[in-house]
Design a protein. Structure first.
Length: 74
């Protein structure tokens, strides 16, 4: 059996460890901890992916804006 638990470290409690022990009683387990890739999570949800795409487009528009000083307009 294999399971993945994605949780914010602020929410980790001793109950999580007890739950793991119940899922794998009397077993040796490998526990790997790594930062979750938020991009993968965002892209897995269509509404989040759409929002990200919109924000990227908005950023590009602002990045391409030409700033002029008032005296340059005369």
């Amino acid at each position: 059996m294999e399971t993945t638990i994605r949780i914010n470290t602020d929410k980790l409690t001793p109950d999580i460890v007890e739950g793991i022990k119940k899922m794998f009683p009397h077993k040796t387990v490998d526990i790997t901890i790594q930062s979750a890739d938020d991009t993968e999570f965002i892209l897995s949800n269509p509404s989040f992916a759409k929002e990200l795409e919109q924000r990227m487009q908005d950023y590009q528009k602002k990045k391409e804006t030409i700033a002029l000083k008032a005296e340059e307009l005369l």
